[in-house]
Write a protein that binds this ligand. Structure first.
Ligand code: APR
Length: 318
């Protein structure tokens, strides 16, 4: 699991916190100074022992010490690159700080670890670029089996926090849309054929006509629920998913003389209304969703969907 919080990393209760150190391992300004102050002299003593045996720590590498008085068990000291314009291996070296810290964490049986925004202070690495590297490296890590259960990105300043939240939301949205792409590769053509013939006869409602989270409790409905209006917007803007939803909704408009219940049965007729309601609310949406609502539901939107989205029908619609 990956978490993003805004705060002071010295106060975080995890197995290991990561320090944005320098090659001397003797402490410094910024976070490095804060960790040494809060953790006490035991940390510096441990750093001195490492320095005596290996002479310090290279850029991109990491070493581990006690966390002294901190509530974490360990401090992992890693040395980020100084930003020099981007042509001095800065991206690779920053990637290595995250990779090597995670490697060292695993070797020490660390299951929860907190990272600061390495290199983005004194070392002046551009914050957005650094955030993208941090998130990508940690996300890649979780694609392999690992004993790490939780990575917390602890952002000190508002700018970093906002950047991490935005990048993480985009990543989650991309991941969610990928789920739809995968399942639709097996089911969309079949669903489209069934609707073209005027009768849904198999099970595909959740991932062909997606609905807002909170309507259903089944595992399927949760897995394919849309998290918020912004995600519906991204779904509709997706070249394949958006066009498919518009196409299958438009094919509903061609059916003559049938009610939604006769086409979908219950409760899928209600799910259709929820889906059409959700997508009708996307900014600059396609008119087809309102047309389906008109044709099958007398223009009435799903009240539960409006409630979940916090929309007052009287104020905002029609
Ligand atoms: N908790 C979490 N993050 C913090 C804290 C804190 N208590 N204090 C500072 N930060 C943030 C900064 O806002 C910045 O985004 O840590 C990030 C890294 O900043 P620096 O500490 O300046 O680290 P870095 O840019 O990697 O430079 C390392 O600075 O302190 C010296 O000895 C260190 O020479 C090394 C250099």
């Amino acid at each position: 699991m990956i978490k993003v919080i805004q705060g002071d990393i010295t106060q975080i209760k995890v197995d290991a916190i990561v320090n944005a150190a320098n090659q001397s391992l003797l402490g410094g300004a910024g976070l490095d100074g804060a960790i040494h102050r809060a953790g006490g002299k035991e940390i510096l003593e441990a750093c001195l022992r490492i320095k005596a045996t290996q002479g310090g720590c290279e850029v991109g590498e990491a070493v581990i010490t006690t966390a002294g008085k901190l509530s974490a068990k360990f401090v992992i000291h890693t040395v980020g690159p100084v930003w020099q314009g981007g042509n001095h291996q800065e991206d690779n070296l920053l990637t290595n700080t995250y990779k090597n810290s995670l490697k060292l964490a695993i070797e020490n049986n660390v299951q929860t670890i907190a990272f600061p925004n390495i290199s983005t202070g004194v070392f002046s690495f551009p914050k957005e670029r650094a955030a993208a590297i941090a998130i990508k490296t940690v996300t890649e890590h979780f694609k392999q089996p690992t004993i790490i259960k939780e990575v917390v990105f602890v952002c000190f300043d508002q700018e970093n926090y906002d950047l991490y939240v935005t990048l993480m939301s985009n990543l989650i949205a991309a991941y969610n849309l990928e789920k739809f792409m995968e399942v639709q590769s097996y089911h969309f053509n079949n669903a489209f054929n069934e609707i073209s013939k005027g009768r849904k006869t198999s099970h595909w409602m959740w991932f062909i006509f997606p609905q807002i989270i909170g309507l259903g409790l089944s595992a399927m409905s949760m897995k394919y629920a849309i998290q918020h209006l912004q995600e519906a917007q991204q779904y509709l803007a997706h070249e394949i998913l958006g066009n498919r939803l518009v196409a299958i909704s438009a094919s509903l408009l061609k059916i003559e003389g049938k009610t939604a219940n006769e086409i979908f049965s219950s409760p899928d007729d209600a799910k259709l209304q929820s889906c059409m309601t959700l997508f009708s609310l996307v900014t600059n949406t396609n008119p087809v969703f309102n047309e389906v609502l008109e044709k099958y539901f007398q223009g009435e939107r799903c009240s539960k969907t409006l409630e979940i989205l916090g929309i007052n029908e009287k104020n905002q619609l029609f």
